[in-house]
Design a protein around this ligand. Sequence first.
Ligand code: C2E
Ligand code: CA
Ligand code: CA
Ligand code: CA
Length: 277
Amino acid sequence: AKALGKNNSQFYSSELNQIVHEHLMLEASLSKAIGNREMVLGYQPKVDLRTGKVVGAEALVRWNHPENGIVLPDKFIPVAEETGLIVPLGEWVIIEACGALKALARLGVHDFVISVNLSARQLRQRQFAAQLARTLGRLGVNPANLELEVTESQLMDHPDEAMEALAELKALGVRLSIDDFGTGYSSLSHLQKFPVDFIKIDRSFLGEVNLDAHAVITRAIIALGHNLKLKVIAEGVETLEQLTFLRTHHCDQMQGHYFSPALSQKSLEEMVCSDTR
Ligand code: C2E
Ligand code: CA
Ligand code: CA
Ligand code: CA
C-alpha cells in the first residue's frame, strides 16, 4: 500500500468507506423490507418444447424500494447471503410462491409447477426440509407443484452435505433442479447421485448456438441429462434460432425473453388460464 503513495491510499480508503457505508445502508433497509411488504415476486413462464404449453414458472424476487424503485436480485441477494437475511427472505419467497399456487388451484389449474431459487445457506439449515414440510402442510400446497432450484456451484461447495439435504427434500415430494448447470464443475459421479429431476443449462452456453463451441456444449448437456434420466431446461432463450436449436435437440423445456420476461402473478394467471390446458 505504501508504494501506491499517499493520494492513492486516501482515494482507496474513501472509496472503501463508501462501499462499506452503502453496504450497511443496504443491510439495514433490507432487514426491514420484508416486513414493509417491499419484496415482490416476478414469475417467468416455462414452456414445454414438445407441446408449446406453459407448464411452470420460475419465481424471481424483486425489491420495490421506496426511494430507488425496482432493485434486481443481483444487487441485494449477495448482501442477504452474507448477513443471513437470505433465510427469512427465502422463507417469504416460498410462502409467496405457495400463495400463487393456491390462487392457480382456485382457478382450476392443478398441474402447474412454480420453482424458487434456494441459497446454500437455506439448504444447510438443520431443519429446512422439516420446516418446508410444515409450511406446505399448513398452506395446503401439493409438494409436487413446488420446485427448488439450487446452483451447481453451491451444491459442489459441500457435495456430500448437499446430497443429504436434497435427499430429505426429495422425500417430501418436491421437485429439484440444478441451476446454472455447466458452470459448477460437478463430476459425473456426483451428478448421478444428486436426487434431482431437472438440470438447467446456464444461459452463457446458449449465448450463440450458431457458435460451434456453444452448440457442442448445449447438445452435450442435453444428452448427459437424458442419459441420466433427467429432464433438461434451457434458460435465457432470446431468439427463434435458439428455440429451434433446442427443439431440434430434444431439450424438454425453455424459458427466456423470447417467450416472456418475468410477469406479475395476475399476468401469469391470465396467461395460464388462456392457454388451452
Ligand atoms: P437465475 O436463477 O439464473 O435466474 C435467471 C435470471 O436470468 C433472472 O435474472 C432472469 O430475469 C434472467 N433472464 C430470464 N430470461 C432471460 C433472457 O432471455 N435473457 C437474459 N439476458 N436474461 C434473462 P434476475 O431476476 O435478475 O435474477 C438474477 C439471479 O438472482 C437469479 O439467477 C438467482 O440466482 C438470484 N435470485 C433471484 N430470485 C431469488 C430468490 O428468491 N432467492 C435466491 N436465493 N436467489 C434469487
Ligand atoms: Ca434459477
Ligand atoms: Ca439460472
Ligand atoms: Ca444464471
